[in-house]
Write a protein that binds this ligand. Structure first.
Ligand code: HEM
Ligand SMILES: [Cu+2]
Length: 585
C-alpha cells in the first residue's frame, strides 16, 4: 500500500518535473518565438509574449529538485523498498510499519510545501538545485531568492527527515526480518541495491541537513556561515568571515552520493530483470555485491570533483580526480556482468527487459563522459556547460529513470494483479529511448562549443548562432519524449482496471515475491512464510525440469541443477539449524 502511495506520488512529480523541462526547452529551442499561448498556464510569468528570465531559473531549480529528490530518491527507492524488501526477503511487513507511514507523509508534506512555492508572488526558488549561496542566502539577491528559497529549505528539511526514517527502516528490515534460509548471500540483487542505497542516504543526508539549517540561519538570523563581505549597490552588508565554499563542500558531500542513491536501486532492478529474461544466472553475483559495497564507500570520497573550478587547492583536485576515476572500476564491473549475463542468453524482449537494456546503454554512454569531467583539465573547459548537463542526464537522469520504469513494468503485475499492455510498452520504450539520445547526445556538442547551462537565452552570442538548429532538434525531441510518457500513463491507468489478469508468476521468476498471490494481502503470505533453499538466479540449470527453479525449491529435488559448490556439499540444503527462527509460524 505504501509502495503504491510512493509510486503515484512519484509519477505525479515526474510529470510535473518533465513539464518544467519542456518549458525550458521551449525557451532554449525557440528563444524568439511568441509564447503568449502559455499564459493560461504560467500567468504573469509570461510578459509581452516572453518567458520571464528569473522564472526560467526557477524552472531549472524546481525541475532539478523534483527529479532528483522527489522522483529518483523518495519515489524510486520508496516504491521499490516498500514493495520488494519484505516480499523478497520473506517478511510479513517492514520492521516498523508506523515509521514507514510516517516517512511517506513527511515526504508528502515536503512535496506539498514545494508545490505551494510555485504560487508565491516572488516565484519559487531560483538558485539551482544546488542552491549555492550567496544567491540562496541573500533574500534580496534576486526574486527567486525570497520566500521561494525559504520554502525550498523547509521542504528539504521535511524531505531529509523522511529519507532518514525510511532508510533506518529499510536497513533494519533487511538485517532482521529475513525468512528462514534467506542468508545475506542469497539476497536478490535488488535488495542489495536498496540496502546500500539506504546506508548511503543515512551517511550523507545528515550533512545536507546541517547545511540547510546553517543556510536558514544565514537567511533569517543574520549569521554568516556561508557569506563573507558582500556589497550590494556599493553598500556593504553586515556579513563577514563566512565561506560559500564551505557550503559547496557540505552540499556535495550529499550531492555526489545522491547520484548513487538514485542509481543503485536501478542497478539492482536491472540485474534482476536481465537475469530473468536472459534465462541465465546473473554473472558474478558476489562481484556485484562487492561492487555495490565499494561504490557506497567511494561515492562518499569523491564529492569535490564538482568543485574543480571553485578555487580550492589544485592538489585536492588531483586527489578527488583519482578517487573519481577509481569509481569507474566497480561501475565497469557491473556493466561487464550485465553484458556477460546477456551473452548467449535466450533473451526475451519484454518491455521491462528493453528498459533494463536501455538503462545499461545510458549508463555506458553517460558514464564514459564521466571520465572526461573527472579530469580537472577537461572539466575546467566544460564546467557549467551543456556538456555536463548531457553527462548527468544520461548517466543519472535517464539511466536511473529507466531503472525505475523497468521496475514498474516488471512488478506492475504484483502490485495490481494485471499485466501492462506490452505493445504500448514497446511503443513507449522506443519513443523514450530514441528521444533521450536525440535530446542529450547533441548537447555534448553544444556543450563543447561553450553553451553555458542555466542561461536563459543565447541569442546575443553571435558565436552560438550556428547551433540554433541543433537546439531546435533537442527541443523537438524533448516534446516528443514527453508525449511518449503520456502513452505510459494511459497504459498504466487502463491496465490497472482492464489489463489481462497476471497470475502468481507471469515472468517465471525465482524470487520469493512470485510465490505469493498477485496483490499480496495483509501479511504477504497467507500460510506460513516461505523457506529459502537456494540463491535467486537458478535459471536454465542443466537437468532441471523447467528453466527456472524458485528459491523455495529444496536442493535435493533437483540435484543436477545445483551449482557445483552445492553439489560438493552433497546437495544438502545448507540451512544452518537454528540460524534463523521464523517468528511468524
Ligand atoms: C527528457 C527529460 C528531460 C529534459 C528534456 C530535461 C531538461 C533539462 C534542462 C533544459 C535543464 C536546464 C539545463 C541548464 O540550463 O542548466 C535541466 C536541468 C536539470 N535536470 Fe533535467 N531534463 C530531463 C529529465 C531529467 C531527469 C530524469 C532528471 C533526474 C535526475 C533531471 C535532472 C536535472 C537536474 C538535476 C538539473 C540541474 C538543475 C540545476 O541546474 O539546478 N532532468 N534539465
Ligand atoms: Cu559527483
Amino acid at each position: 500500500m505504501i509502495a503504491k502511495q510512493y509510486l503515484f506520488t512519484a509519477i505525479f512529480w515526474a510529470l510535473l518535473g518533465s513539464l518544467f523541462s519542456v518549458i525550458m526547452r521551449i525557451q532554449l529551442g525557440f528563444p524568439n518565438a511568441d509564447v503568449s499561448w502559455l499564459k493560461p498556464l504560467l500567468g504573469k510569468w509570461i510578459q509581452d509574449g516572453r518567458l520571464d528570465p528569473e522564472f526560467y531559473l526557477s524552472m531549472v531549480t524546481i525541475h532539478g529538485t523534483i527529479m532528483i529528490f522527489f522522483v529518483l530518491t523518495a519515489g524510486f527507492s520508496g516504491t521499490f523498498s516498500n514493495l520488494l524488501i519484505p516480499l523478497q526477503i520473506g517478511a510479513r511487513d517492514m520492521a516498523s510499519p508506523f515509521i514507514n507511514m510516517l516517512s511517506y507523509w513527511l515526504f508528502f508534506i515536503s512535496g506539498f510545501i514545494m508545490f505551494c512555492s510555485l504560487f508565491l508572488s516572488t516565484g519559487p526558488a531560483a538558485g539551482g538545485w544546488t542552491s549555492y549561496p550567496p544567491l540562496s542566502a541573500l533574500p534580496e539577491a534576486l526574486r527567486g531568492s525570497g520566500g521561494g528559497v525559504t520554502l525550498w529549505i523547509i521542504s528539504m528539511v521535511f524531505f531529509i527527515v523522511s529519507t532518514l526514517l525510511a532508510g533506518l527502516n529499510y536497513i533494519t528490515t533487511v538485517l532482521n526480518l529475513r525468512t528462514q534460509g534467506m542468508s545475506m548471500t542469497r539476497l536478490p540483487l535488488t535488495v542489495w541495491g536498496l540496502f546500500f542505497t539506504a546506508i548511503l542516504g543515512l551517511v550523507s543526508f545528515p550533512v545536507l541537513f546541517s547545511a540547510m539549517l546553517l543556510l536558514l540561519a544565514d537567511r533569517t538570523f543574520g549569521t554568516s556561515f556561508f557569506l563573507s563581505e558582500i556589497y550590494i549597490g556599493g553598500k556593504p552588508l553586515h556579513f563577514n568571515g563566512g565561506s560559500p565554499i564551505l557550503f559547496e563542500h557540505l552540499f556535495w558531500f550529499l550531492g555526489h552520493p545522491e547520484v548513487y542513491i538514485a542509481i543503485m536501486p536501478a542497478f539492482g532492478i536491472t540485474s534482476e530483470v536481465i537475469s530473468t529474461f536472459s534465462r541465465k544466472p546473473i554473472f558474478g553475483y558476489s562481484a556485484m555485491v562487492v561492487s555495490f559495497f565499494i561504490i557506497t564507500i567511494l561515492s562518499a570520497l569523491v564529492w569535490a570533483h564538482h568543485m574543480f573550478v571553485s578555487g580550492m587547492n589544485p592538489f585536492l583536485g588531483s586527489v578527488f580526480s583519482l578517487t573519481s576515476f577509481i569509481i569507474a572500476v566497480p561501475s565497469s564491473v557491473k556493466v561487464f556482468n550485465w553484458l556477460a549475463t546477456l551473452w548467449r542468453g535466450s533473451i526475451e524482449f519484454t518491455p521491462a527487459m528493453l528498459f533494463a537494456i536501455g538503462m545499461v546503454s545510458f549508463f555506458i554512454t553517460g558514464g564514459l563522459t564521466g571520465l572526461f569531467v573527472a579530469n580537472p583539465a577537461i572539466d575546467i573547459m566544460v564546467h557549467d556547460t551543456h556538456f555536463v548537463v548531457a553527462h548527468f542526464h544520461l548517466v543519472m537522469g535517464s539511466a536511473a529513470m529507466f531503472g525505475f520504469i523497468c521496475g514498474v513494468y516488471h512488478w506492475f503485475p504484483k502490485m495490481f494483479g494485471r499485466l501492462l499492455n506490452p505493445q504500448l510498452g514497446y511503443l513507449h520504450f522506443w519513443i523514450t529511448f530514441a528521444g533521450i539520445y536525440l535530446i542529450f547526445f547533441p548537447m555534448h556538442y553544444v556543450g563543447m562549443a561553450g553553451f553555458p547551462r542555466r542561461y536563459y537565452s543565447f541569442t546575443i552570442f553571435e558565436s552560438f548562432s550556428k547551433y540554433y538548429d541543433l537546439n531546435i532538434l533537442i527541443s523537438v525531441a524533448a516534446f516528443a519524449t514527453f508525449g511518449g510518457q503520456l502513452i505510459f500513463i494511459f497504459n498504466f491507468i487502463h491496465s490497472m482496471y482492464r489489463g489481462r489478469a497476471a497470475g502468481k508468476n507471469p515472468w517465471k521468476s525465482n524470487t520469493l515475491e512470485w510465490t505469493t498471490e498477485s496483490v499480496p494481502g495483509h501479511g504477504n503470505w497467507k500460510g506460513p512464510l516461505p523457506i529459502v533453499h537456494r540463491w535467486p538466479y537458478d535459471y536454465s540449470k542443466p537437468g532441471a525440469k523447467e528453466d527456472y527453479i524458485s528459491q523455495t525449491v529444496p536442493y535435493s529435488e533437483t540435484m543436477d541443477s545445483n551449482t557445483p559448490e552445492d553439489q560438493q556439499r552433497g546437495g544438502k540444503s545448507n540451512i544452518v539449524e537454528g540460524e534463523k527462527k521464523d517468528e511468524d509460524i
